[in-house]
Write a protein that binds this ligand. Structure first.
Ligand code: ATP
Ligand code: MG
Length: 743
């Protein structure tokens, strides 16, 4: 284990090799927590002879799990063992597949993702003919998940409060429905495993024996049920290592309990706590900014990170005129920064935002500039329409009674089964208490020629595919399904370039199942044919955060892509260059959080997470005006900007040298930087009243100017196009004869 001495600093080494049975590592962002966790696994294997498959490592995302596996393999070489490294949900899924019978589940149980769960609760509300304004589906969904995350079944929930009165009976119905249909939602996965262990001492003993040491990354975001899991699983002989950072707890709104860090000390009294304070990720400037920001949260355990690294580049701040200008600025700076830093590529850049809806314009900017990008954790590969169609076919194959999936495929590709026919089928299903699949079978017998043919064709396709289930392997099955269902032909006949991508996506699904197959081969319990592999594959798909899908070029090489993601998804990751966009009051901190102390603190931690993702450089942007959720409003810069010490920030005004720190005194931050470039009435290049020609909007007259020269923003009244704000540098304007000005 020589490597350890060169790869880790003294305290990291101490943590990785601590003889303690119970170890708690508390440390700030970028201090090497995840790194220590991996080295500790290597140490347990090499020095303590713990076989790799008797270690359980829990991470927060699939991406982190994969990274951990590959880092571990780098350290200890291929082990030939199936490693137990994954998210809480992924691990729960594996365990439940092994013990389906004991918890009353069919081994082919189906996992629904949160979109399907919402659809299901909506259906339940409608079936009861309840008012959706009062019985809001989203609230019911949250209520159910909250109860499950607290370990409470419908008959056990507290009946206090309005939510319980409204939702408890529906929760009960939901539970019954899921039970009858073998459906498992995400929260149920965790709860079921908890109950499995709690109610079956012999199974718990088996797992205590199996997992000699359990390691948990990002512990600050564990919720009640996850914590209860760990308490059950760790017997007097088991080891546990947890690493966490209270300053990065950002899932309180989803039930995470940062107090678990403190509770752990009481529940595991012989624990040893170690702390790391040296940061290896970020430049001095970035670290100082992060430290200063987070100090505004009074209720924290408190720590200060330091680095040996250089101070590095200042943080740049840009007050965009609006969200379009913000995107334009981002693209411009991204390209310039990368061209000045040749050792970084697109993959080393992240663009972060508070809410998903912000990505659209940022994406547009990137597309126009031909910059390859990928939304991380956004519209997932598995959420694309054609993939959902294909998956629905696979679901119906093993669960013909899956109504959601049935509705998706019955007329995809079109078979002449229109909405009216479907409504008739629904009626039969409702009156006879049948699944849609069964009702459609009955309906086919009496339906008219065209519809009958359509339905019969569908049933016979499904029958041929079902016959293949037990005989061929999963990738072949999926290939056959794509062909026999008619999906492939249908896409091939559609005009347009997009169809080609869709066909490629379908092929990618086959590839994904091939990779999955490898996974299955390595496991001890699962087998080759599709009958067994398919339910596992569908479960994996439902659980996969979609973050492992890599864009490839035509030769199959991965393409370097800029990553766009929400601040929440960025946890644990790192990039050379980070854009923190939309730092406006109301957007970030979110307006719902601004007046509630705990929520505001969580927003601040989120900002801390964002800042500490960066290695070398941060651009912070905000827009003075933003059209958002249908409203166009003026914005004030976020208070978080103000909380970063001034000497760490430089105003960036698309080239204008604005030294706002001198000019604006104490009030600098709440005065949009962009405006500090004073409105100029004597701009030599763009005189007020000057006539200009724009390649698209045609001829117009300058009516307002902000800033100077190329970097000016000018407002032009176009004869054809009306009034528009333009950034001179990008507008491609030519001046017409300036002597003929109107003013
Ligand atoms: P986060 O809180 O954001 O999850 P973390 O504490 O898990 O951060 P790591 O991701 O493990 O931090 O480490 C941050 C970066 O610093 C990584 O690139 C890691 O490889 C590097 N690093 C950590 N320790 C050392 C070290 N001793 N020598 C060199 N590089 C290190
Ligand atoms: Mg980490």
């Amino acid at each position: 284990m020589e490597l350890m001495h060169t790869d880790l600093n003294e305290i990291q080494l101490q943590a990785a090799t601590a003889p303690a049975r119970v170890l708690r590592l508390l440390a700030g962002a970028g201090s090497g927590k995840t790194r220590v966790l991996v080295y500790r696994m290597a140490w347990l294997f090499k020095e303590k002879n713990v076989p790799p498959n008797r270690l359980l490592a829990v991470t927060f995302t699939n991406k982190a799990a994969n990274e951990m596996k590959s880092r571990l393999q780098d350290l200890i070489g291929p082990t030939g063992h199936m490693l137990w490294v994954g998210t809480f949900h992924g691990i729960a899924n594996r365990i439940l597949r092994l013990h389906a019978a004991q918890v009353g589940l069919d081994v082919a149980f189906q996992i629904i993702d949160s979109a399907d769960q919402l659809r299901l609760v909506t259906q339940l509300i409608r079936a009861q003919e309840l008012d959706e304004e009062i019985y809001e589906p989203k609230r019911l969904q949250n209520y159910i998940n909250r109860q499950k995350d607290e370990g409470k079944r419908a008959e056990k929930v507290s009946m206090l409060g309005r939510d319980a009165a409204l939702f408890q009976p529906l929760y009960q119905r939901y539970e019954n429905h899921c039970k009858q249909n073998g459906i498992i939602d995400f929260s149920e996965l965790l709860l079921k495993v908890y109950e499995l262990w709690r109610d079956n001492p012999e199974i718990l003993a088996e797992y205590r024996f199996k997992f000699l040491h359990v390691l948990v990354d990002e512990f600050q975001d564990t919720n009640t049920i996850q914590y209860a899991w760990l308490k059950l699983l760790i017997g007097p002989e088991n080891g546990i290592t947890i690493v966490g950072d209270d300053d990065q707890s950002i899932y309180g709104w989803r039930g995470a309990k940062v107090e678990n860090i403190q509770r752990f000390k009481q529940d595991f009294p012989d624990e040893i706590t170690l702390r790391l304070e040296q940061n290896y990720r970020s430049s001095g400037v970035i670290l100082e900014a992060a430290n200063a920001l987070i100090q505004n949260n009074p209720s924290r355990l408190g720590k200060n990170l330091w680095t040996k690294g250089e101070p590095g580049e200042l943080i740049s701040l840009y007050g965009a005129f609006n969200e379009i200008d913000e995107a334009r600025f981002m693209v411009d700076r991204l390209q310039k920064w990368l061209s000045n830093h040749p050792s970084s590529t697109y993959s080393d850049v992240a663009i972060l935002y508070r809410s998903n809806a912000q990505s659209r314009l940022l994406e547009q900017g990137l597309r126009q500039a031909n910059i390859p990008y990928r939304i991380y954790g956004g519209l997932r590969f598995f959420d694309r329409a054609e993939i959902k169609d294909a998956l629905a076919y696979l679901k119906v194959l093993i669960h013909p009674k899956d109504d959601l999936a049935f509705e998706r495929v019955i007329n995809m590709p079109p078979r002449g089964i229109g909405e009216r026919t479907l409504e008739n089928i629904r009626q039969i299903a409702l009156s006879k208490n049948l699944a849609l699949w069964e009702a459609a079978g009955e309906y086919a017998e009496t339906a008219s020629g065209k519809i009958r043919n359509g339905l019969n064709r569908f049933f016979s396709t499904m029958a041929s595919l079902q016959a293949l289930l037990a005989t061929i392997a999963l990738p072949e099955l999926i290939e056959q399904m794509i062909k026999l269902s008619g999906l492939l032909d249908y896409l091939q006949q559609q005009p347009g370039e997009r169809q080609q991508f869709r066909i490629e996506n379908l092929k990618e699904l086959v590839t994904a199942s091939t990779q999955f197959q490898v996974h299955v081969e390595q496991s001890d319990s699962e087998q080759q044919n599709s009958l067994l592999a398919l339910p596992c594959f569908l479960a994996e798909v439902a659980l996969n955060a979609g973050d492992e899908h890599h864009e490839k070029d035509e030769n199959g090489y991965p393409v370097a892509t800029v990553k766009l993601m929400t601040l929440h998804s960025s946890k644990g990751l790192e990039f050379d260059l980070v854009f923190l966009t939309g730092l406006e009051e109301g957007l970030f901190p979110h307006h719902r959080c601004a007046n509630v102390v705990e929520l505001l603190e969580e927003e601040r931690r989120l900002c801390y997470v964002g800042i500490t993702r960066a290695r070398q450089k941060i651009f912070i942007t905000y827009a003075e005006k933003r059209a958002f959720a249908g409203m166009n409003s003026s914005k004030r810069p976020s208070r978080f900007i103000q909380e970063i010490p001034r000497h760490l920030i430089q105003a960036d005004s698309m080239g204008l040298a604005v030294s706002y720190t001198k000019e604006t005194g104490g009030k600098a931050m709440h005065s949009p930087v962009g405006r500090l470039a004073k409105t100029s009435t004597q701009n030599s290049q763009y005189p007020l009243g000057g006539r200009v020609l724009h390649p698209k909007f045609g001829e117009g007259v300058i009516i307002q100017v902000e800033g100077a020269d190329e970097m000016a923003r000018i407002q032009v009244n176009f004869i054809e196009g009306g009034i528009k704000w333009l950034v001179a540098a990008y507008a491609n304007l030519s001046m017409l004869d300036s002597r003929s000005t109107i003013l």
